[in-house]
Design a protein around this ligand. Structure first.
Ligand SMILES: Cc1cc2nc3c(=O)[nH]c(=O)nc-3n(C[C@H](O)[C@H](O)[C@H](O)COP(=O)(O)OP(=O)(O)OC[C@H]3O[C@@H](n4cnc5c(N)ncnc54)[C@H](O)[C@@H]3O)c2cc1C
Length: 356
């Protein structure tokens, strides 16, 4: 414990707030967020596996819905329903919950304060709040400032690729326990995630905008609002620490490139980061021990999916419909994706995709 050591965390998303929560017992922690409030705007669907409870216990009131089936739809209109047990979070309230826990632990909150620059020689950080610029000295700087991280440029010159995720809240008729996935050729995928029987979060990822995706969303009912944000793709070559500057979460592309799920992965990155600082361990090694294998596999699958044709997707959904494969998917914990993959690769028809 060294309460004279100053740690500045940029970004009060789940990764920044969780890092602040874990570090505040040991150090003088400040958390800086460019928005005036935490958890606003929301740029996320908020779907997580129950593994989130191993990271942070989720109070009941933050759960909007529980999903019992994922229905995977192919371009030719066929589908397969797979049993899952996912949680739909109130993402804004979730961010505020983690942030409040950090503040309770002693983290100092600076809202409406944007990180502008960092001088490695002096350890001074430049901030802007309203129109005023000011500097503060820090011993450690943590970039948890999301996909378009500014802190990242102080750690690495490598780029992070991303899809744009655009999502609408839609009023219509939905099956409350079913989350629909539609494979998009030349795109990421489209998702329909119900909050209840009459409201759903419907979105898609893209590199090149296609009006057909918007038309698809509108076909579900009345649009109540849109939100959008970048979804980074995992870059296994990314450096995540340089001296006293660290990056975690979306800033470090700690995200599953297949689904764009990054809440749990980023928070596990934050845990590895906090433990590395507290126990004086090597962060580059520690987070890779926890996350690398899974994220790497997801990234390799994403590269293959990006080359899939409509015919490939039709065939894939056909194969996934087979009783044996569905059963494997349902009984193997999806959080241990390498295990799922090993099981699936025993199926000769799926094995061929490994060489695609
Ligand atoms: C449309 C969409 C849907 C998604 N759906 C899911 C999902 O269902 N499940 C899932 O697990 N993941 C999902 N994700 C990904 C998930 O949102 C991210 O992985 C997660 O938010 C990463 O958390 P973070 O704290 O690293 O970054 P963020 O949540 O992006 O937080 C970064 C924070 O830093 C602040 N900030 C940025 N720059 C500065 C600056 N210069 N100074 C001060 N503050 C700054 C931002 O305002 C923000 O509050 C989705 C993403 C998108 C775009």
């Amino acid at each position: 414990m060294d309460k004279t050591k100053k740690i500045s965390i940029i970004g009060a998303g789940p990764v920044g707030a969780y890092s602040a929560y874990l570090l505040s017992d040991h150090y003088d922690v400040s958390i800086y967020e460019e928005h005036k409030t935490v958890g606003n705007p929301v740029q996320c669907t908020g779907i997580v596996t129950p593994r989130i409870n191993e990271v942070i216990k989720i109070p009941h009131e933050l759960i909007v819905n529980r999903i019992k089936y994922a229905r995977i739809n192919s371009p030719d209109g066929n589908s397969v329903k797979i049993k899952i047990d996912d949680i739909i979070l109130d993402r804004g309230a979730f961010d505020r919950h983690v942030f409040e826990k950090a503040v309770e632990k002693g983290a100092k909150a600076h809202l409406n304060t944007r990180f502008v620059d960092y001088d490695v020689k002096t350890g001074n950080v430049k901030f802007k709040s309203d129109d005023k610029e000011f500097t503060k000295h820090t011993d450690i700087l943590i970039g948890a400032d999301g996909a378009a991280s500014r802190v990242r440029s102080h750690v690495t010159k490598r780029k992070v690729e991303f899809y744009i995720g655009k999502q609408a809240t839609v009023e219509g008729n939905f099956e409350r326990e079913i989350f629909d996935v539609y494979f998009n050729v030349d795109g990421f995928f489209t998702w329909v995630v119900p909050e209840n029987e009459s409201i759903a979060r419907i979105g898609y990822g893209y590199k090149k905008f296609d009006k057909r995706y918007d038309d698809f969303v509108k076909s579900y009912g009345k649009i109540l609002g849109y939100q959008a944000g970048p979804i980074p793709m995992f870059n296994p070559m990314l450096r995540t620490q340089r001296g006293n500057v660290y990056i975690a979460g979306d800033a470090a592309s700690q995200i599953k490139s297949t689904t764009g799920g990054g809440i749990i992965q980023g928070m596990l990155g934050a845990k590895a980061l906090s433990e590395s600082i507290i126990k004086n361990k090597n962060y580059e090694i520690e987070w890779r021990k926890k996350l690398f294998k899974e994220l790497y596999i997801h990234e390799k699958i994403r590269n293959k999916l990006d080359r899939f044709s409509a015919k490939d997707y039709n065939e894939l959904v056909g194969i996934l419909s087979k009783e044996k494969i569905r059963h494997t998917l349902e009984k193997t914990n999806r959080d241990n994706f390498s295990k799922v993959l090993i099981q699936l690769m025993k199926e000769p028809k799926l094995f061929k995709y490994a060489f695609k």
